[in-house]
Design a protein around this ligand. Structure first.
Ligand code: GDP
Ligand code: ZN
Length: 476
């Protein structure tokens, strides 16, 4: 499925449509030969003669072979498509580790298309999604976690997510993981050496030393796994559902948090029928706010579908805001909503605090004890929103790990690998405590070490690579 590494790949790296500048990348051991056929530096030098990593002006031409006639019109031997800036980056000091040519031309679809066709005619092939980064990985320029961080950087929705993606791209997660892995591998080597010497038990390593090592590794792994929930939220965004009966102000609240007028706000109950989702940054946390149709009994089939969907949205939510209209007494719908939610997952929000109160906090506290906080807001007057944002943040970042020193594991694949590693280490610890055979301990340690190896890609399979790089865009 993937071409040999001696292919030359090319792709448009900038997004489709018109842009001021469009970038095309070419990579491979023959990248210069291929690009030289369509890119002619103004200086008259050949592409091969350019100084690496230095930009030059060049003419982008149709390849000599195809420059014959277009619609019956005879083109000059060298039909100039555009004037461009070109930079040659000789391997291994390039993104992919191979020879790379990058061309910045005008960002029109026809220009980019023509240049791309020229490169294909000259012997390149179109890159698959993520293939440049995949090559960077295969050529040892990046490890797997770093390659994934490239995608996280592109996808980052808040500055906080970006900071974490960049720390991972710099290799901070990989270094931690490798330290733990190398400790496990050292322990494993000792145990295996002991076994090779026919030592049935692990006296060779020294039990105390092994225990200490496993304990330290387990502790670090535990910390990484625990950081996973907050990390995942910072990378992928938290789902926060806004629930409440019709007309309590869900759409108004969504708007207030969005600072826009996206959701339709109407005074007729039951008009927000569909689930509406928006991405907002709440104190640096990417949050997918879901405005739901009210949960209430209805005979209207359209509304019933909305209600079904909002129940789904709610079950998947990391946090639920139950919105009540403080200017009215509680209705049966409010009561059933309040009784059906897990307190741990809920923030009670009393809207319309600009109007006279019909609903007292004491009344609510009596109704739903367990609910930690209750927040008074006015969605339309924009009151209490800072407090609401702050509460959302603290409730999502329960462990406070994201504000502490140390790396966060943000990627489900990594969280899963760390959990398996932790399980392996815990089992090994148990086996040591029970004085079980060295072989058994070795098996668990091997499992743990290999799981960690998957994170950086020391241990990997085509399946894993396929899954990771297919998520990338073409040209990255
Ligand atoms: P939804 O059905 O829960 O989405 O409720 P809407 O957001 O559509 O609001 C219903 C009505 O309540 C609209 O007329 C809003 O202007 C009004 N409303 C919403 N929030 C407030 C508020 O904080 N104060 C006041 N006075 N009216 C509000
Ligand atoms: Zn609404």
């Amino acid at each position: 499925m993937h071409g040999a590494l001696d292919d030359t790949i090319c792709a448009i790296a900038t997004p489709p449509g018109e842009g001021g500048i469009g970038v095309i990348r070419v990579s491979g051991i023959h990248a210069l030969d291929v690009a030289a056929q369509v890119i002619l530096p103004r200086s008259g030098k050949l592409l091969h003669e350019l100084v690496s990593h230095k930009m030059t002006v060049a003419d982008v031409c149709a390849p000599a072979l195809t420059a014959g006639t277009v619609r019956g019109v005879q083109l000059p031997a060298r039909f100039v498509i555009d004037e461009a800036l070109v930079v040659v980056m000789k391997g291994p000091h390039s993104y992919t580790g191979e020879d790379v040519v990058e061309v910045q031309c005008h960002g029109g679809p026809v220009v980019l298309d023509q240049l791309c066709r020229g490169l294909l005619a000259a012997g390149a092939r179109l890159a698959e999604p993520g293939e440049f980064t995949r090559r960077a990985f295969l050529n040892g320029r990046l490890d797997l976690a770093q390659a994934e961080a490239v995608l996280d950087t592109i996808r980052a929705k808040t500055t906080r997510s970006l900071t974490i993606a960049q720390s991972q791209r710099r290799g901070e997660l990989s270094r931690q993981v490798e330290l733990i892995r190398s400790d496990l591998v050292t322990a494993l080597a000792h145990i295996e050496a002991a076994l090779d010497f026919g030592d049935e038990d692990i006296t060779f390593v020294g039990k105390a030393e092994l225990c200490g090592l496993l304990e330290a590794a387990g502790f670090k792994l535990q910390r990484l796994v625990e950081s996973g929930n907050e990390g995942r939220i910072l990378r992928e965004g938290a789902v926060v559902a806004i629930l409440g009966r019709p007309n309590v102000g869900k759409s108004s609240l969504l708007n207030a948090l969005l600072h826009s007028d996206r959701a339709i706000v109407t005074p007729i109950p039951g008009t927000t029928r569909d689930v509406l989702e928006e991405l907002v940054s709440i104190e640096g946390i990417p949050v997918r706010l879901v405005d739901t149709a009210g949960i209430r009994q209805t005979d209207d089939p359209v509304e019933a579908e909305g209600i079904r969907r909002s129940r789904l949205a709610w079950q998947d939510a990391d946090l639920v805001l139950i919105l009540l209209d403080g200017s009215e007494a509680l209705s049966d719908d409010d009561l059933s909503l309040l009784s059906s939610c897990e307190a741990a997952q809920v923030i009670l929000v009393l809207n319309k605090c600009d109007l006279p109160r019909q609903l007292s906090r004491a009344q609510l506290e009596a109704l739903c004890p367990g609910h930690g906080g209750m927040i008074d807001i006015s969605a339309t007057m924009r009151l209490g929103l800072d407090e609401l944002r702050g509460t959302i943040r603290t409730r999502l970042m329960t462990g406070g790990l994201e504000s502490r020193e140390g790396v966060l594991v943000t990627n489900l694949r990594h969280i899963d690998a760390c959990s398996r590693a932790l399980l392996g280490v815990t089992q090994a610890q148990q086996s040591v405590a029970d004085d079980r055979a060295g072989e058994l301990i070795a098996v668990d340690l091997r499992i743990a070490a290999d799981a960690l190896g998957e994170i950086t890609g020391v241990i990997t399979t085509d399946d894993i690579l396929e899954r990771i790089f297919s998520e990338f865009c073409i040209g990255k």
